[in-house]
Design a protein around this ligand. Structure first.
Ligand SMILES: [Zn+2]
Length: 119
């Protein structure tokens, strides 16, 4: 699966490292670093390949963390905030995945969500 190598979020250019192998913690499949502007996404969980849909949900999840952190609100930090961001990430993924006309709209770059995430 291909995902973008860079994503612009809130005026910042984030580098997306995929596939990333987490050696810091074995229970992680994604994270973002707000200081160096890097998003890291795993392709495997242990020795199992992560489903493409779960990889996209994880990317959306980390993008939302970046938006939240850059905005200074920090609504999605910690316990209940993490549960909220999981729900919203799954919801956004479902809407994008199940509405091909929505994701085929070319945005300002001339690219659509479909051309970026599902090629
Ligand atoms: Zn999170």
């Amino acid at each position: 699966m291909k995902i973008p190598k860079t994503i612009k979020i809130g005026g910042h250019q984030y580098k997306v490292i995929f596939p990333y192998i987490f050696t810091e913690r074995f229970d992680m499949i994604g994270d973002h670093d707000p200081m160096v502007k890097v998003i890291r996404i795993a392709e495997v969980d242990g020795n199992l390949k992560i489903a493409d849909s779960a990889i996209v949900v994880t990317l959306i999840h980390e993008i939302l963390h970046a938006i939240d952190r850059n905005s200074g609100h920090n609504m999605f930090v910690g316990g209940e905030g993490e549960e909220h961001i999981k729900a919203i990430s799954e919801g956004i993924y479902q809407v994008l995945a199940d509405n091909p006309k929505l994701v085929s709209i070319p945005y300002s770059s001339g690219l659509s969500f479909r051309s970026i995430l599902w090629r």
